[in-house]
Structure formats: C-alpha cells, structure tokens
Design a protein around this ligand. Sequence first.
Ligand SMILES: [Zn+2]
Length: 335
Amino acid sequence: MVYFYPRGHELHVLPGHPETPERVEAIRAELDRTGLWTPFPQLEALEVPDKVLHRIHQSYLVEFLASSAGLGGRVDADTYLTGESWELAQQAAGGALSVAAAVWQRAAVRGFSLSRPPGHHATPGQAMGFCLLNNVALAAEYLLQNEGAKRVAIIDLDVHHGNGTQDIFYDRDEVLFISTHQWPLYPGTGRLSERGTAGAHGFTLNLPLPPLSGDLAYGTAMQEVILPALADFGPDMLLVSAGFDTHWRDPLANVLLSAGAYGGLVRDLAEFADSYCQGRIAMILEGGYDLEGGAASAAAAVAGLLGKEYDDYLGGSPWEESWDWQRVVDQAADR
Ligand SMILES: [Zn+2]
C-alpha cells in the first residue's frame, strides 16, 4: 500500500467553499486513527509528461491555468484558483500518476492518491466543478503511454457524474469508464444512453441512480452491472475515482450510502483486481463534503483495498432507501 499526500494543498482554498483543505486532513486523521496511515509510505508526485498532459487536455486550458500562477482567479461560479492552484493541480495529477505507476509496477499492492484539487469534472478543454486537471484520466493515460498498459478501467464512485473523464475517453476503446452517480444532479450528464461513440460504443457505462439510493442499490449495481462489465472488458488495471459525497451525511447530494458499504464496494473491486488484474487497483480522491462521512468512507475504502475490516461508527442512513433504482440497474444490466 502506498499513498500520495498533497503537500501545501491548504493554499488551494476559498473561504466558504465546500472543497476545503480540511477534507483531506480529516481523511488522513481517520486513516491514522485506524492504523491505516503510518505503516505505509507516501510517494512523491511524478512530473506529468507533456505528451500525457496534451493528450488529455487542450493547450488553451493548460495555458489558462498556468496563467493563473501567482495571481489566482475564478474559472466559473463553482471553481476557484489561488496563486498556488496551478502548481497544486499539477502536483495532484502527478501524485495520481505516481501511485498508479507504483501499483502497476507492483512496487505496492494497492495505492491511494489523496489528490486535491479533485479532477473528474475537468474535460479536455474546461476546468469546472472544483476540478482543474483530470487526475484519474492523466493517470490512465500515463499507464497506457509509459507503462505498457493496454486496457485500463476507471470506476467512478463519486456521487456526481464524471463528465470530464467520460468526455476525455468517449471515443477510445482502451479505457472503460463506468460511473455511478445521483441523477438528476450536477453536472447533468451521465444518462444510461451515453455509451461512447461509434468505435468505442459500450466503453462508457453510466448508472444514473435516483435520490435515496443506498447500500442495496450500490451493492446490486456492483454485482449485476459493474463486475460483469469489467469481466467483459478484461482490464490490466483498475483506477477508482473515489468520491465520498455518496455518504448519507453529505450536504451536496442525496444518496444514502454508508461508509461500511463503500468499503464493501472497494473490496469487491480489489478482489476482482486480484483475480484478473494481478492485484492492480488504485484509488484517486475526488469529492466528499461532509468531513466525518468522507473520512469514514475513505478509511473503509482503504480497509476494503487491503481486505481489512473497518468499524463504521457512523452506521447506516437513518432514512429509508427508495427502490426506484431497480429499473436503472435492470436496464444497465441488459446493456
Ligand atoms: Zn462529487
């Protein structure tokens, strides 16, 4: 197990904004409390090679972000830049590369990059939704270009649709992109019917879950849709866009996943990786805006990666799960 921890990330901050430095610190504290932090090394970020960066992002986005260095600014109503954000965005992406490469090379059995700022909403040409560079997409591209991977699967568990990752790989068949997300919700994409363009049809798979979907919805989606799709694809490695805004306490969304169930989903993916990908699986942090729910979900997820137990002290949702998700999961299972 290896980590990337983003040194200096507290300089990417905007008072009152939900994407706070405390998110990462709460996760680190909970990992530490549960004995999952100190035994494992922290990797330095790799530099993102130009060839990788420019395959994923348009030059005008890179130039725009670089021009904010030392100055800061605003991308849109949701997405801010400080004078340090460009440097930190490159570090967050480089951390994802570093963790993915270590796991690929089997220098570590599992990895978790606490990348911040997050990445999955960043499209080829647009920073948005708190995201500047698409960390998970850059990691996947690095594995393909620099490590000899042929097929990489990205499983996006964040409660929001990973529109940026989808856009980036929509016409490419070396990457399978699977996203579970609340529907309707920001950014408004991620319908079941979005499956990839002609040559890559079927290499994008969306599970738009209605509000009040919870542990049963996610567990069923994993067994009936996600694991079978992964088995059909035959990836060399799994990358998880690990957003923890799925937690029932999260203020920005309304699905009801517990931390313990999140850990179970990651354990399922890790077991798949053990059986079919030589154990290669790494997580990259995305969203999650309730400090306790996010920290508990992250610790449960790391425990799931390692096949350990996590005592989910927050427990399950106090609200009853709706069954409206069944139709979506059935339709997706018929893909
Ligand atoms: Zn999110």
